[in-house]
Design a protein around this ligand. Structure first.
Ligand SMILES: [Fe+2]
Ligand SMILES: [Fe+2]
Length: 273
Protein backbone atom coordinates (compact mmCIF):
# COMPACT_ATOMS: atom_id res chain seq x y z
CA UNK A 1 0.00 0.00 0.00
CA UNK A 2 1.49 3.34 -1.05
CA UNK A 3 0.04 6.64 0.06
CA UNK A 4 0.21 9.97 -1.77
CA UNK A 5 0.22 12.24 1.27
CA UNK A 6 0.66 12.03 5.02
CA UNK A 7 -2.99 13.04 5.39
CA UNK A 8 -3.97 9.91 3.46
CA UNK A 9 -1.88 7.81 5.83
CA UNK A 10 -3.63 9.35 8.81
CA UNK A 11 -7.08 8.79 7.27
CA UNK A 12 -6.24 5.13 6.70
CA UNK A 13 -5.03 4.76 10.28
CA UNK A 14 -8.06 6.45 11.82
CA UNK A 15 -10.60 4.73 9.58
CA UNK A 16 -9.85 1.21 10.79
CA UNK A 17 -11.76 -0.29 13.71
CA UNK A 18 -10.00 -0.34 17.03
CA UNK A 19 -8.65 -3.83 17.64
CA UNK A 20 -8.19 -3.91 21.39
CA UNK A 21 -11.44 -2.75 22.87
CA UNK A 22 -12.98 -3.34 26.26
CA UNK A 23 -14.98 -6.24 24.86
CA UNK A 24 -11.80 -7.79 23.46
CA UNK A 25 -10.14 -7.53 26.87
CA UNK A 26 -13.19 -8.94 28.67
CA UNK A 27 -13.31 -11.79 26.17
CA UNK A 28 -9.74 -12.99 26.76
CA UNK A 29 -9.92 -16.39 28.48
CA UNK A 30 -7.85 -15.15 31.43
CA UNK A 31 -8.91 -18.08 33.60
CA UNK A 32 -7.40 -20.58 31.18
CA UNK A 33 -3.88 -19.17 31.31
CA UNK A 34 -2.85 -21.33 34.25
CA UNK A 35 -3.98 -24.51 32.56
CA UNK A 36 -1.32 -24.18 29.84
CA UNK A 37 2.35 -24.22 30.64
CA UNK A 38 4.87 -21.61 29.59
CA UNK A 39 8.65 -21.85 29.82
CA UNK A 40 9.83 -19.36 32.44
CA UNK A 41 12.61 -18.19 30.17
CA UNK A 42 9.96 -16.09 28.44
CA UNK A 43 9.15 -14.15 31.61
CA UNK A 44 12.06 -11.68 31.29
CA UNK A 45 10.99 -11.07 27.68
CA UNK A 46 7.40 -10.37 28.71
CA UNK A 47 8.52 -8.12 31.57
CA UNK A 48 10.76 -6.16 29.21
CA UNK A 49 7.94 -5.73 26.71
CA UNK A 50 5.51 -4.76 29.47
CA UNK A 51 7.84 -1.98 30.61
CA UNK A 52 8.65 -0.63 27.16
CA UNK A 53 5.01 -0.55 26.11
CA UNK A 54 4.12 1.27 29.31
CA UNK A 55 6.91 3.80 29.04
CA UNK A 56 6.10 4.89 25.49
CA UNK A 57 4.16 7.73 27.09
CA UNK A 58 7.51 9.23 28.07
CA UNK A 59 8.69 9.06 24.46
CA UNK A 60 5.42 10.66 23.39
CA UNK A 61 5.98 13.61 25.75
CA UNK A 62 9.45 14.12 24.32
CA UNK A 63 8.38 13.95 20.72
CA UNK A 64 5.60 16.43 21.30
CA UNK A 65 8.21 19.03 22.20
CA UNK A 66 10.03 18.61 18.89
CA UNK A 67 9.22 19.96 15.42
CA UNK A 68 7.91 16.49 14.52
CA UNK A 69 5.28 16.71 17.24
CA UNK A 70 4.08 20.02 15.90
CA UNK A 71 3.07 18.56 12.56
CA UNK A 72 -0.72 18.12 12.78
CA UNK A 73 -0.88 14.73 11.02
CA UNK A 74 1.81 13.24 13.23
CA UNK A 75 0.35 14.79 16.35
CA UNK A 76 -3.07 13.28 15.62
CA UNK A 77 -1.56 9.88 14.96
CA UNK A 78 0.54 10.01 18.09
CA UNK A 79 -2.36 11.01 20.29
CA UNK A 80 -4.12 7.74 19.41
CA UNK A 81 -0.87 5.74 19.32
CA UNK A 82 0.00 6.88 22.83
CA UNK A 83 -3.29 5.47 24.13
CA UNK A 84 -2.80 2.11 22.39
CA UNK A 85 0.73 1.25 23.56
CA UNK A 86 0.11 1.34 27.34
CA UNK A 87 -2.87 -1.01 26.86
CA UNK A 88 -0.43 -3.54 25.39
CA UNK A 89 1.57 -3.14 28.60
CA UNK A 90 -1.55 -3.78 30.69
CA UNK A 91 -2.41 -6.93 28.72
CA UNK A 92 1.10 -8.31 29.20
CA UNK A 93 1.02 -7.46 32.90
CA UNK A 94 -2.30 -9.25 33.36
CA UNK A 95 -1.01 -12.27 31.46
CA UNK A 96 2.06 -12.43 33.70
CA UNK A 97 -0.11 -12.15 36.79
CA UNK A 98 -2.38 -15.00 35.69
CA UNK A 99 0.64 -17.09 34.67
CA UNK A 100 2.09 -16.72 38.15
CA UNK A 101 5.08 -14.53 37.32
CA UNK A 102 5.89 -12.27 40.26
CA UNK A 103 5.65 -8.56 39.50
CA UNK A 104 6.59 -5.83 41.91
CA UNK A 105 3.57 -3.84 43.07
CA UNK A 106 5.15 -0.53 42.09
CA UNK A 107 6.79 -1.74 38.86
CA UNK A 108 5.33 1.11 36.87
CA UNK A 109 6.58 3.87 39.14
CA UNK A 110 9.92 2.13 39.49
CA UNK A 111 10.21 1.96 35.73
CA UNK A 112 9.72 5.68 35.32
CA UNK A 113 11.96 6.54 38.26
CA UNK A 114 14.59 4.19 36.99
CA UNK A 115 14.90 5.69 33.54
CA UNK A 116 18.65 5.71 33.47
CA UNK A 117 20.50 8.96 33.77
CA UNK A 118 22.17 8.36 30.43
CA UNK A 119 18.73 7.98 28.86
CA UNK A 120 17.57 11.28 30.29
CA UNK A 121 20.73 12.96 29.23
CA UNK A 122 20.48 11.54 25.74
CA UNK A 123 16.92 12.67 25.34
CA UNK A 124 17.92 16.19 26.41
CA UNK A 125 20.79 16.19 23.94
CA UNK A 126 18.45 14.86 21.29
CA UNK A 127 16.11 17.74 21.94
CA UNK A 128 18.96 20.19 21.32
CA UNK A 129 20.43 18.55 18.26
CA UNK A 130 17.09 18.15 16.55
CA UNK A 131 16.23 21.84 16.84
CA UNK A 132 18.36 23.15 13.95
CA UNK A 133 17.05 20.44 11.62
CA UNK A 134 13.41 21.26 12.33
CA UNK A 135 11.11 19.56 9.87
CA UNK A 136 13.95 17.63 8.28
CA UNK A 137 14.26 15.67 11.47
CA UNK A 138 10.76 14.25 11.05
CA UNK A 139 12.09 11.71 8.57
CA UNK A 140 14.57 10.50 11.21
CA UNK A 141 11.86 10.13 13.83
CA UNK A 142 9.57 8.33 11.42
CA UNK A 143 12.24 5.95 10.13
CA UNK A 144 13.36 5.27 13.68
CA UNK A 145 9.75 4.63 14.70
CA UNK A 146 9.24 2.28 11.74
CA UNK A 147 12.26 0.18 12.77
CA UNK A 148 10.97 0.01 16.34
CA UNK A 149 7.42 -0.91 15.35
CA UNK A 150 8.50 -3.59 12.85
CA UNK A 151 10.94 -4.98 15.44
CA UNK A 152 8.17 -5.10 18.03
CA UNK A 153 5.78 -6.78 15.61
CA UNK A 154 8.40 -9.38 14.66
CA UNK A 155 9.29 -9.89 18.32
CA UNK A 156 5.68 -10.62 19.28
CA UNK A 157 5.21 -13.03 16.39
CA UNK A 158 8.38 -14.83 17.34
CA UNK A 159 7.28 -14.95 20.99
CA UNK A 160 3.93 -16.59 20.32
CA UNK A 161 5.55 -19.07 17.93
CA UNK A 162 8.25 -20.09 20.41
CA UNK A 163 6.19 -19.99 23.61
CA UNK A 164 3.34 -22.12 22.24
CA UNK A 165 0.84 -20.81 24.79
CA UNK A 166 -2.65 -20.49 23.24
CA UNK A 167 -3.90 -17.60 25.37
CA UNK A 168 -0.68 -15.68 24.94
CA UNK A 169 -0.96 -16.23 21.21
CA UNK A 170 -4.54 -14.96 21.24
CA UNK A 171 -3.49 -11.77 23.06
CA UNK A 172 -0.36 -11.18 21.01
CA UNK A 173 -2.12 -11.64 17.69
CA UNK A 174 -4.43 -8.76 18.59
CA UNK A 175 -1.52 -6.64 19.79
CA UNK A 176 0.34 -7.46 16.58
CA UNK A 177 -2.54 -6.13 14.49
CA UNK A 178 -2.08 -2.76 16.18
CA UNK A 179 1.71 -2.92 15.82
CA UNK A 180 1.27 -3.66 12.11
CA UNK A 181 -0.80 -0.50 11.75
CA UNK A 182 1.76 1.54 13.68
CA UNK A 183 4.54 0.13 11.49
CA UNK A 184 2.64 1.03 8.36
CA UNK A 185 2.03 4.57 9.56
CA UNK A 186 5.64 5.32 10.47
CA UNK A 187 7.00 3.63 7.35
CA UNK A 188 4.60 5.46 5.03
CA UNK A 189 5.23 8.90 6.51
CA UNK A 190 8.99 8.25 6.45
CA UNK A 191 8.70 7.21 2.81
CA UNK A 192 6.88 10.41 1.82
CA UNK A 193 9.28 12.61 3.79
CA UNK A 194 12.45 10.96 2.55
CA UNK A 195 11.34 10.96 -1.08
CA UNK A 196 11.10 14.75 -1.00
CA UNK A 197 14.73 15.41 -0.16
CA UNK A 198 18.15 13.79 -0.63
CA UNK A 199 19.36 15.82 2.36
CA UNK A 200 16.79 14.14 4.61
CA UNK A 201 17.83 10.75 3.26
CA UNK A 202 21.45 11.42 4.12
CA UNK A 203 20.60 12.82 7.55
CA UNK A 204 18.32 9.93 8.45
CA UNK A 205 20.68 7.28 7.16
CA UNK A 206 23.67 8.80 8.94
CA UNK A 207 21.93 9.10 12.30
CA UNK A 208 20.44 5.63 12.17
CA UNK A 209 23.76 4.04 11.23
CA UNK A 210 25.39 5.90 14.10
CA UNK A 211 22.84 5.94 16.90
CA UNK A 212 20.12 3.34 16.35
CA UNK A 213 19.72 0.80 19.13
CA UNK A 214 17.26 -2.08 19.54
CA UNK A 215 13.88 -1.08 20.90
CA UNK A 216 14.00 -0.46 24.64
CA UNK A 217 17.76 -0.24 24.93
CA UNK A 218 18.53 3.01 26.73
CA UNK A 219 15.49 2.69 28.94
CA UNK A 220 16.75 -0.80 29.73
CA UNK A 221 20.38 -1.80 29.86
CA UNK A 222 22.12 -3.42 26.92
CA UNK A 223 22.43 -6.63 28.95
CA UNK A 224 18.65 -6.73 29.41
CA UNK A 225 17.93 -6.15 25.76
CA UNK A 226 20.50 -8.79 24.80
CA UNK A 227 18.59 -11.35 26.87
CA UNK A 228 15.45 -10.56 24.89
CA UNK A 229 17.31 -10.77 21.57
CA UNK A 230 18.89 -14.11 22.47
CA UNK A 231 15.67 -15.63 23.76
CA UNK A 232 13.69 -14.62 20.68
CA UNK A 233 16.14 -14.54 17.79
CA UNK A 234 19.03 -16.91 18.47
CA UNK A 235 19.86 -19.11 15.51
CA UNK A 236 19.89 -18.37 11.82
CA UNK A 237 16.11 -18.55 11.36
CA UNK A 238 15.65 -15.88 14.03
CA UNK A 239 18.11 -13.56 12.34
CA UNK A 240 16.46 -14.26 8.98
CA UNK A 241 13.15 -13.00 10.39
CA UNK A 242 14.79 -9.75 11.42
CA UNK A 243 16.39 -9.44 8.02
CA UNK A 244 13.16 -10.10 6.14
CA UNK A 245 10.56 -8.30 8.25
CA UNK A 246 12.57 -5.41 9.68
CA UNK A 247 15.84 -4.66 7.92
CA UNK A 248 14.65 -5.31 4.38
CA UNK A 249 11.41 -3.46 4.91
CA UNK A 250 13.34 -0.37 6.01
CA UNK A 251 15.71 -0.90 3.08
CA UNK A 252 12.74 -0.11 0.81
CA UNK A 253 12.86 3.50 2.01
CA UNK A 254 14.65 6.09 -0.16
CA UNK A 255 18.29 6.29 0.90
CA UNK A 256 18.20 3.03 2.87
CA UNK A 257 18.64 0.57 0.00
CA UNK A 258 21.93 -0.85 1.26
CA UNK A 259 20.98 -0.96 4.95
CA UNK A 260 22.35 -3.89 6.98
CA UNK A 261 22.61 -2.15 10.36
CA UNK A 262 19.54 -3.78 11.92
CA UNK A 263 20.42 -7.32 10.88
CA UNK A 264 24.05 -6.79 11.88
CA UNK A 265 23.21 -5.60 15.38
CA UNK A 266 20.73 -8.38 16.08
CA UNK A 267 22.91 -11.13 14.63
CA UNK A 268 25.89 -9.98 16.68
CA UNK A 269 23.95 -10.87 19.82
CA UNK A 270 21.69 -13.62 18.53
CA UNK A 271 24.50 -15.68 17.01
CA UNK A 272 26.88 -15.38 19.96
CA UNK A 273 26.85 -17.18 23.31
FE1 LIG B 1 2.76 -1.88 21.47
FE1 LIG C 1 3.40 0.05 18.40
Amino acid sequence: MLFESTKDVLNWYQKGDRVITKSFIDGVPWGEIKSHSIDEKFFPVLLYMRDIETMTTRYFDELMKSATGKEPVIRQFMEQWATEEPVHGQLLSRFLEEAGCPQEKDWKQKGFDGLTLSYRLRSKIQEWITLPFGKNFTSVHMTWGAIHEYSTLTGYRRLWELAGHPVLEYILKAVAREEAKHSMFYWSVANINLKESPFRQQLARYLIEKFWKPVGEGVKTQAESNIVIRTLFSGHDGVEQIRTYVNNRIAQLPGFETLTRVTDRISKTALSG
